[in-house]
Ligand binder design. Structure first.
Ligand code: ADP
Ligand code: MG
Ligand code: MG
Length: 200
């Protein structure tokens, strides 16, 4: 299984540009309930992936996803690095799983479960998982790309009403309520950007 190199390079660039354009916004969200670095962290991670886009895009898709995940772990840092990294690495592993042909939604589901285990977090804890679960659900129900993008954006907005149970924001307890989770926001931005790109 070969990744369509041009498509993957386009997706990498779309993600990089989206995070670069929203980096300050993500930092502002993180200043409200964390330490203010989420935009900077994500930007560093995406730029590192961009720097190796040609070599990564030449790999079979599972290998490419694993490599991107590893780069994200090493370069995003913080709490989000290992979580986004796990998502991509597990996607790669799932899509490679021998003997069975995994479809994309079920691979994503397994990868999201791995992120939840890694973060010891659940739905409603006010994290990026509160975007990932609805996105996976929308994908499994074969919703159109525009609807998936909208679901992701809506899901990120809904984290404002939640009380943070994991990560730095959890130190604030009830004071975390009323603010959108930065990780949920980056996840929605990336999902929407990917959906828009794939639709063109
Ligand atoms: P840090 O908190 O180390 O500065 P970031 O600011 O880059 O890391 O990322 C913060 C985001 O990571 C949060 O908004 C949240 O979405 C996510 N996050 C933090 N801890 C967890 C966890 N245990 N499980 C799932 N997501 C988490
Ligand atoms: Mg932070
Ligand atoms: Mg930090």
């Amino acid at each position: 299984m070969l990744a369509e190199p041009v498509l993957l390079m386009g997706l990498i660039e779309t993600c990089r540009a989206t995070i670069a354009a929203n980096s300050e916004h993500l930092c502002a969200l993180d200043r409200a309930i964390g330490d203010g670095d989420h935009g900077t962290n994500m930007r560093r991670g995406c730029e590192a992936v961009s720097a190796e886009d040609a070599s990564v895009s030449a790999l079979p898709l599972p290998d490419a996803l694993e490599k991107i995940g590893l780069t994200l772990v090493m370069n995003i840092g913080g709490a989000a690095g290992p979580l986004y990294g796990t998502l991509l690495m597990e996607m790669g592993r799932e899509l490679r799983a021998p003997g069975e042909k995994r479809d994309f939604p079920s691979a994503l589901k397994q990868a999201i479960n791995a992120v939840a285990r890694r973060g010891r977090s659940h739905v409603g804890d006010k994290t990026l998982l509160d975007v990932l679960y609805p996105v996976q659900d929308a994908l499994a129900h074969r919703l159109p790309l525009t609807d998936i993008a909208r679901q992701a954006e809506l899901a990120a907005e809904l984290t404002a009403a939640m009380r943070a149970m994991r990560g730095r924001a959890s130190y604030l307890g009830d004071r975390s309520i009323g603010h959108v989770d930065p990780g949920a926001s980056s996840c929605a931005l990336l999902t929407a950007a990917i959906c828009r790109y794939l639709e063109e």
